[in-house]
Every structure is written in C-alpha cells, then in structure tokens.
Design a protein around this ligand. Sequence first.
Ligand code: IVH
Length: 707
Amino acid sequence: MYSPEQVKILQSDTSVLLKDTAAIDQGQLEILRRVLRFHEYRYYVEDDPLVSDMEYDRLFKKLEAFEAKHPELITADSPTQRVGANLTGQFATIRHQVPMLSLENSYNADDLSDWDKKVREAAGEKKIRYSVEPKFDGASISLLYEDDRLVRAVTRGDGIEGEDVTANIRQIRSIPLNAPFALYGIQQIEIRGEVMMSKASFQKFNDKQAEAGLPILANPRNAASGSLRLKDPSAVRNRGLDAYLYHISDIVLAPGKRPSELLETHSGNLALLWQCGLRSPTKESELFNSIASVVAHVGDFEAMRDTLPYEIDGMVIKVDDIALQEQLGMTSHHPRWAMAYKFKARQATSIIQSVEFQVGRTGAITPVAKIEPVFLAGVTIGSISLFNEDIIREKDLCIGDSVLVERAGDVIPNIVKPLKELRQGNEIPIIFPANCPVCKAALHKPEGESVWRCINPNCEAQVVEKMIHFVSKDAMDIRSFGESNVRKFYSLGLLPDIPGIYKLDMTQIGKLEGFGQKSIDNLTSAIEKSKTQPLHRLIFGLGIRYVGETTAKILAKKISNLWELKDFSEEQLMELEDIGPKVAGSIYEFFQAPQSKELLNELEILGLNFKGQKTALTSAGTQPFEGLTFLFTGTLEHLKRSDAEAVVEAKGGKILSGVSAKLNYLVAGAAAGSKLDKAKRLNTVNIITEQEFVDMVANNEKGRGKK
Ligand code: IVH
C-alpha cells in the first residue's frame, strides 16, 4: 500500500508535525490528513504502529483544532469525520448493486471432490487453482467507494436489499474512509466483507456489560451484527470492531483506463484490496492446485481455529481465475465458483431440566439453567447462565424445553434458542422469584435495569460472595484461601465477614480435617502478606458495584490514602478517566455509607495497606514515566513482575502486552526468549536489565534511550 519512499516522506512529515507545537496552516492540512491516514493504516490494518497512541492523539487534535476554526475546509474523508458523526436515527433501505449471494456448504472431503469434478468439467482444458481462505463468522457488509472515497456501507439484509449503516461503518478503523483505487484506474468499486468482533474485544465488552449490570451478548457474531445496527455511531467506536474484505463484486473503470492484471484472479483481487489499504485475508489465504491439497489444508486450519483471535466457522474455497468464475456463473442462491467448507458444529441440543437462581456479591440474581449434560467442543456442559429475566422472556424459554446450545471457541456456553417445534405441551414457564432465594428479602429491579437484586446487605449469599471476591486472585490474591475455604469457615461460624479473614482463629481451624500445620502456616503467611497488597487491589476487593480492576487502578492513582475517597464528590469522581455518572454514584454511595466506614476502619486497624499510588510530580509537572511504555520478560531476580508493573503504572507509564514499535522499554530478566529477540530485531526498543529498571525508578527519571 505504501512504498518505502512514501513511508519515508510520511515519517518525516510526522516528525515535523510532532515537533511543531504551533497550529497547522492550510498548506499543511492535507499533509496532516495523509499522515493520520497512514498511521491509522499502520495501526489498524498492518498492526504495526510507528507512533505512540499519545503522538497520534496529538496529531489528531491538531487537525481537530484547525477544522474547528475552518469548518468550510472539512471533507467527509477527513480522519476527524469518523468520530462523533450524527445519530443515525433509523436506517434507510438500499438495493445492492449486485445481489449478495450466500455460499453453498460442504462438510467433508467427498462434498469437496464432487464440487471439484463439476468445476473441472466446466473448465475443460484450463488449469485450475483454488484460493482458500477463512470463512469469517461475523456480519456481512457491502462497501461502495467512489473516486477513492467510502460513500456507502450496507448490511446484507435479504441479499437484494440491505440497511444503510454507513455512519456506523465509518467508526471501524480498519475500514479506510479514503483508499487510492484511482491508482488502478478504478472509479467505482463495490466490495464485500465481514465485520467482526475479536474474541478479546467480545470478552472485554461482556465483562464491562456484566460489571454495569447490563445484558451480555451471546457470541462475537451477534455482537458484530448488533453493533452495526446501533443508533449511536460513537457507541460503535467503543466496541473494538474489525473488518475483513474478501470480495470485489462490482467495478467501474475511469474512462480510458485498462483493468489491472490483479483483477484477473481472486488472489490478485485480495492483493489489490490490500494495496489500497483494506484488510483483505492476503496472509490468511493460500493457493492450491488440487482438491486433495485443499482438503488437507482445511483440516489443518480447523485444528488451529481456537488459536485465532477471532471466530471462523469454516473455510471458503474459490476458483482463483476470474474468467473461469464468470464461465461457471451462479445459481439464484450461490456462485458455482465458490464453496464453503463448514467446520464441525459447536452447537448441540439438550434439555432444560431446572433453573436455579444464584445471588452474586452485589445482590444480582442470576438465573442458571441446569441442562442435561452435553459434550461440546471439548467440555461437558451441565449449567448455563441465562443472565436475566428479560433474556428468558425474549428467548421464550421454559423448563423441559429442548434447546440449542452453542459454545463459540473459548467463549462461555450459551442457549441460542428453544426448539419450539419439539414442545410436548408439558413445559413449565420459568417464574422469577419475588424473594431472595437465600435470605428471603424482597427483590428489587430499578427502572431501566434488567437485573433483579437482593438489597439486604446482610444477605448470607452476598456476604460469602463478597469474601470470595476479596480473597480472589485479581483482588487481594490470598493464595490457599479460595472459595471452598470461605464457604467452609463461614458455615462453621469461624468467618463472619471480610475483617474476619484477618482474625481467623487458627487453633479452631487446625482442628478441622485436612488442616495440618503446613496448611495453617501457608494460610497465615498468605493472609499476612495480603496486608501489603497495592491499594488498587484492596479497592477492587471491596466489591463496590461497577468498580472493576481498571477503575480501581484509576482511583488508587489519584489518592495517597484510601480515606481521601470519602471526600470526593460525584462530580469530582466523574472528572476521572473513564468514570461516568453511574460508576461515580456507586463509589460515592459506598464511601458515604456508615457500614463502609466501619469496614474500612476495621481493615485499617488490622494493618492493611491504605497508601495510594499518587506520586510526586517531577519539576516539569508530569509523572516521571508519563508517555513511556514498558514490558517485562524473562525471570526477574528481585522484583515480582506484578509489583514491577504496578510501579510503572504508578509513575504514569503503561504496560504493553507485546513487543511492537510502540514499546519504549523491554526489561529483560533471565532466560528471556522470543520477546527479547523481536525487540532486538526492531531496533527501536530500549532493552534494559532489571537493575537498570530499578535505577530508573530510584532516580525517578526517564532513561536515556532510543526514543
Ligand atoms: S465470499 C459471492 N468469502 O459467508 C461470494 N464469504 O454463507 C461472496 N463469508 O454471505 C461471499 N467469510 O457473509 C466469502 N472469505 C469469505 C467469507 C464469506 C465469511 C460469509 C459471507 C457470506 C456467507 C455465506
């Protein structure tokens, strides 16, 4: 897409623009837009950024500032125009230029051989090559570019007509708003592809939903298609959507232009799309000369499907030669030149035997279906969360129903739907209880929420769940405590509440079966050690509604002592990064409640660390590691990795999960492996030892490095 010369120019433009603190002038406007598009491409398509997020944001803000002063110079393909587009309201219906057909399915080698025979009959003497690529499990879309600009994006709909979702598609940063098709003489091009949500984004999205007590989405495919139909495009932006573009369905050349050679084959089409900055499956596709090698390849791919960051439900085999594709033509439903090979289903049927209602630590009541155990994608599934009452009603589930159960990759199992045609008439409706199944207090459901809650703070189930959360790995990490000990000690009356963890009568526990001196010693030292955990773990461990690990870290960074949070107003809390009114309200309520004050008092007296991570600012007024990124690899000799990472974050730095051009410091311990090799190859990363890192921290300063 970008030649080395272009990259050089864009890089030098980038540094000029970054160095210049003044506003840009009109002459720089297009340069800045080009630079931003280039960095979006490096980040979202190539996955290999050349500037830090902070630098990108600085450039972006420059453009925003200029456009705010000169609104008459804003163009629809300006990088600023992805963001904050107007509300869509409703979607207009649009006819596809070329109908969006579906694919014929095959399930085994015989199906593929039969298809291959038909293709060969039609091909006669022609040599056949098959291009094989993943069958992406997302939502299909059709994009239209005219004169290099994205002008329209439409959902598949019924294949003939779809919905205009252009405003939402513009939020997906792997889809460029501007792409240089003119270089290939193309004036107009219609492209097909799939919008996807990666497994990681899906997990993250659902975690956030769960934390906020909002409904959870069933699988990444539904998440992608649901996202496209959101009314508010800015909400789409936060969902971390991606796209793969795999088919050119229509092309209009500019007058007098000859078609590029790349347009003669499917693999060429993928290359052309890639060259124009669209994410096509070039790296994921392969060419084969025989159906036998195709069969072997799809089998290999199926074996590794779980290692991919996104869901695929099969492979698509396409005749590579476009002239031959045209010769083969299509039926009214599907092209004869392509075939989907479907992987083994991750769906099975089972029967809902009963529904239990579980009480969570915040009092949320979760209905859980107990199903006849089924073996699915490597595990036996016996119970499945139904999330909340609305979902039971929407899906119209009954006890006794035969149900379709799905497990997408490493995603939690889910009931897709009841098989209503199998109903016998003796199915029983699922009745949501009016009272807490544990303490019998009346349940409440606030206006606009979908979750019923038990609001009795002394509800046994909540007390126990809160303690389980407090000792858990991501909270206070009291090893060797765990859920079963919490339940056991509580039921024996040895552990009434959270402070009780630090007042356990070890003589009594020593009398219990299975508790020898060694386990008592381990437990005692783990409890003692937890007193020095960094404050964000304690804040998270308190189980304040809507306060997950990220929010806990943000809070801990802003205070030097936990008690300071008592003096924050809701407005002050909302000024903090990522904290909205709901979260702020919940934090405020927690710190004002008399029972919370009592709890904190006790924990402080028991010696837990209340010290926050608010650090002194350097003379320049910024935190010492502000804008710097770190990654630890190998075995550290003196530091615990999580402690070292906490120090970086406390000093304003960021921890990255992998080595990329974005990384400033790789702290390499003993036996460092591939990360160290990659950092060496990149040659932009400062590789330092554990001792050098400790020195940097002690001196509160940035090391002298490559960036
Ligand atoms: S080609 C005219 N390639 O699968 C042929 N489709 O079941 C156009 N899909 O509607 C489709 N990955 O939404 C093609 N690599 C891929 C695909 C793919 C996923 C979807 C597409 C299509 C459906 C058919």
